[in-house]
Design a protein. Structure first.
Length: 326
């Protein structure tokens, strides 16, 4: 066994790809003036990753007043990360009185219990600067776009990622943020997947003109006032950005859900799913603090999203986009 371990280590060294963190959950702190100083994210490393092989990365972005633990539980991010063998990073947003460590973005005094009993913090809510939304981060123009770019560079240096297979998904304010990242950092992403969040145009984010193509899949409940009035317009914006044909075709249908897609070139996908009767909730999943069952015909949004992401893994287009930018 020792011989095998040594041989695997040599393979990693020859490939120049040696991950710095073992399997499991890790809270990582980074500090740089360009990202507003000290920031924090939750890194999940699935077990059984091949040594010396670069793997996809999914950036999973929590919503307003939420946390990586709450959103990770809600959307089953770690379960799907393990299922696919992909790295997942769940960053922490900012609030007016930010704590540090496992209790960040959780109600005051909860601390490590937030990992097993996640709760929303509506008194001192964490948020993202997605443009006009939301709250502290938007009002103070927190450099969140730069933070995500920093995370990708960190993961490339420390975690052996496949830089052609970087994805972003998020819920609510995190969905707004995913859209902004696709617009402003399109050269870094193969695909994005906002859930219950469209565009939040504001003083620092007034339009979406990505420099590169990036695939897009989104979910919205038809009783969700946060996204239901803008989901189709968002889809049209991404279809134009990706040079898709104007023709729209059905891509999935159940009793409660209808998905549609544009015909796009070069393997790009632009697709959106509308879930009848769903309010501001995550399709196919129950909240950890107030669980309310959804109809069985509501799709599992996370699994659907990861399946779509898998179509863009190893995209030559993403590699070309990154080379052109740099």
């Amino acid at each position: 066994m020792k011989v095998i371990a040594v041989l695997l280590s040599l393979v990693a060294l020859v490939s120049g790809c040696v991950p710095q963190y073992e399997s499991g959950r890790h809270i990582v702190t980074v500090d740089d003036a360009s990202i507003g100083g000290r920031r924090q994210f939750l890194l999940y490393v699935p077990s059984g990753l091949p040594i010396g092989v670069r793997v996809p990365l999914v950036l999973s972005i929590h919503g307003y007043s939420s946390s990586p633990d709450y959103y990770g539980t809600l959307a089953a991010i770690e379960h799907n990360s393990q299922r696919y063998g992909w790295l997942a990073i769940l960053p922490y947003g900012n609030s007016q009185q930010s704590e540090w460590g496992p209790g960040k973005c959780c109600p005051a005094g909860v601390g490590e219990e937030c990992q097993t009993d996640p709760q929303l913090d509506k008194v001192n809510p964490c948020s993202w600067n997605a443009g006009s939304c939301c709250d502290y981060s938007s009002n103070n123009n927190i450099p969140d776009v730069e933070f995500f770019e920093h995370i990708i560079d960190w993961a490339d240096t420390n975690m052996c990622i496949d830089t052609t297979s970087v994805f972003a998904t998020g819920f609510s304010n995190g969905g707004f943020m995913a859209n902004r990242l696709g617009c402003e950092l399109s050269h870094l992403f193969a695909a994005i997947a906002p859930v219950a969040g469209n565009f939040a145009y504001g003083p620092t984010f007034s339009y979406c003109r990505p420099l590169s193509t990036v695939s897009w899949i989104s979910f919205c409940g038809m009783s969700d006032d946060i996204c239901n009035s803008g989901i189709r317009q968002a889809a049209e914006t991404w279809s134009l950005a990706n040079h898709c044909a104007r023709h729209v075709t059905p891509s999935y249908e159940s009793l409660t859900t209808k998905c549609h897609r544009y015909d796009c070139p070069h393997g790009i996908f632009v697709e959106w799913c509308e879930v009848e009767g769903l309010e501001h909730e995550y399709p196919g999943h129950m909240r950890p603090d107030t669980p309310e069952p959804q109809p069985a015909t509501n799709p599992d949004a996370t699994r659907y999203i990861f399946d779509k992401f898998s179509l863009a893994v190893g995209s030559n287009r993403a590699a070309l986009n990154r080379t052109k930018k740099h």
